[in-house]
Design a binder for this molecule. Structure first.
Ligand SMILES: [Zn+2]
Length: 414
C-alpha cells in the first residue's frame, strides 16, 4: 500500500492551499482580549498580531480535515456532540499545561492539522514533509466507527477526546532528538490522557511486566512515580529529553535509581493497594476535568448513572504492544512515503533513515520490495543516473545501494 504512490516532489504546488495563506486572522496592532466564564475558571483568550494565547499558552494554527464526511467514522465524530474547536484548543492547552510552564513550552510548533480519514490502526502523529514543525494527526474513521459499534455509542466522546489528547502530546513532547524509548513516549502520551480524565474502561493499573511496555501500562507507572516524587515528575522526564540523547540514565539522574528497580517497587506497591482504592482517589483530581465542559462524565459516574454500562465490551481492542507497533509502523510508513533523495544532501544520512524506517515497518521486507521503495524515493540526478545505468531494472537492491553510495560520494558530495 505504501509503495503505490511515488513521493511527491517538494514544490510549492504540494503545499496545501490553506497553508499558502499564512494570515488566519485579521491582524490587530492592539491585542484583543476576550474572557468568558468556564465553570469556575476564568479563561483568558488574547489575540495578539494573529496569534492566539489562551490562559498564557500559545495556541498554534489548528486545522481540521475530513477526507470523507459520509464515512461511518466521520459521522460518529460529527454526531458525537463534541465541539471540535473546543476539543482541539483544549487539547493543545491541556498538553502544554501538563508538561510545561509558559516559560518552558516549546514554540516551534507552527500548526497542527487533524486529518480524519480511513486507514488501518488507530491514529498517529507526524510532521509534514515540508516542515516538521507543522504537525499532522491522522485519526482512523474505521477505528472510531468500530468503537461506536462495540460500545453502542457510549464510548464515542471519551475515545475521540482521549485519542486526540494522546496524539496532541506527540506534537509537543520532547523525544531526545527522535531517539527516546518508544514505550516512554507512548506512556507520557497516555499519562496526559489519563490526567485529563479520558480513561477508557479497559485500562487497569498494575498490568505489564516491564516499565517501558508503553501506553497505559507505562502511564500507570508514571502516575506512581509522580506519587513518589511529586507533581513535576513527568514534566522533568520530558524536559530531560529536550537536549539529550536518550539512555536509561534519565532515571538515575532524576530518581537515582534504574527504571527496572523503580518498576519493581511500583509492582510491589500495586500488589499492596487495590485499584479501587487508588482510582477512587484519582477520580477526584484529573487535571483536565475542569477545563472541558464538553467532556462526558467520568467512567465512575457513568457506572453509577447507567445500568446498561456493562454492555460495553471492547471485544477487538488490541493489546498495548499491538497498538505500539501499529502506531510506530504507521509513522514509519508515512515517513517512508515522504522520504526522498535528489542528490543534494548526504546519501549516507538518507540511506540510514531509509533502512531505519524499513526496520520499524517490516524488518523482514524482501529485497525486491526494498529495491522498489528505494527507486521510488530517488529524484532528480540520482534517478536519471540510475535510469542510464540500469534501464531494464536488473540491478538488485544491494548493488544499487553500493553503486549509489560510491557515485554520490563523487558526484553529489555535499
Ligand atoms: Zn502515541
Amino acid at each position: 500500500m505504501y509503495m503505490s504512490q511515488p513521493p511527491r516532489p517538494r514544490t510549492s504546488s504540494t503545499i496545501p492551499p490553506i497553508l499558502q495563506q499564512t494570515s488566519r486572522l485579521d491582524s490587530s496592532d492592539n491585542p484583543e482580549i476576550m474572557s468568558c466564564e468556564e465553570e469556575e475558571n476564568v479563561v483568558i483568550v488574547v489575540q495578539e498580531k494573529g496569534v492566539i494565547f489562551k490562559n498564557g499558552w500559545r495556541v498554534p494554527l489548528i486545522r481540521l480535515r475530513f477526507n470523507d464526511v459520509c464515512d461511518d467514522g466521520s459521522r460518529v465524530i460529527l454526531g458525537s456532540g463534541l465541539n471540535l474547536h473546543d476539543v482541539l484548543v483544549d487539547a493543545v492547552v491541556g498538553v502544554l499545561d501538563a508538561l510545561y510552564t509558559p516559560d518552558t513550552a516549546p514554540d516551534n510548533v507552527r500548526s497542527v492539522t487533524l486529518i480524519i480519514r480511513n486507514m488501518d490502526g488507530v491514529a498517529y502523529t507526524t510532521g509534514m514533509d515540508i516542515d516538521d514543525d507543522h504537525k499532522e494527526i491522522h485519526f482512523s474513521t474505521e477505528y472510531i466507527a468500530g468503537v461506536h459499534e462495540r460500545s453502542k455509542g457510549k464510548q464515542d466522546k471519551q475515545e475521540i477526546l482521549g485519542v486526540i489528547r494522546h496524539e496532541m502530546v506527540h506534537c509537543f513532547q520532547y523525544n531526545a532528538f527522535g531517539g527516546a524509548n518508544g514505550g516512554l513516549i507512548e506512556g507520557i502520551a497516555d499519562w496526559v490522557r489519563y490526567k485529563a480524565g479520558f480513561r477508557p474502561p479497559h485500562w487497569h493499573r498494575g498490568e505489564g511486566d516491564q516499565w517501558d511496555n508503553g501506553y497505559e501500562r507505562t502511564a500507570y507507572f508514571l502516575l506512581w512515580l509522580e506519587e513518589q516524587y511529586g507533581p513535576e515528575t513527568v514534566p522533568r522526564i520530558n524536559g530531560w529529553m529536550k537536549k539529550r540523547r536518550y539512555s536509561d540514565k534519565l532515571f538515575i539522574d532524576l530518581f537515582n535509581e534504574k527504571p527496572e528497580e523503580l518498576f519493581k517497587r511500583y509492582k510491589k506497591w500495586c500488589e499492596e493497594h487495590s485499584e479501587e482504592e487508588v482510582c477512587g482517589a484519582d477520580q477526584d483530581s484529573p487535571a483536565g476535568e475542569k477545563e472541558d465542559p464538553s467532556e462526558p462524565s467520568s467512567p465512575k459516574n457513568e457506572e453509577e448513572n447507567n445500568e446498561d454500562n456493562n454492555s460495553y465490551v471492547e471485544v477487538s481492542n488490541p493489546s498495548p504492544e499491538d497498538w505500539q507497533v501499529s502506531e510506530a509502523k504507521l509513522v514509519a510508513r508515512d515517513r517512508l512515503n515522504k522520504l526522498a533523495y535528489d542528490g543534494t544532501g548526504s546519501f549516507k544520512r538518507f540511506i540510514n533513515s531509509f533502512e531505519g524506517l524499513i526496520e520499524v515497518l517490516d524488518p523482514k521486507m524482501s529485497e525486491k520490495e526494498r529495491r522498489l521503495l528505494l527507486v521510488t524515493a530517488l529524484q532528480g540526478n540520482p534517478l536519471t543516473w540510475l535510469d542510464n545505468i540500469d534501464p531494464d531494472d536488473e540491478l538488485e537492491y544491494p548493488e544499487i545501494k553500493t553503486i549509489l553510495e560510491a557515485n554520490t560520494s563523487v558526484s553529489y558530495k555535499s
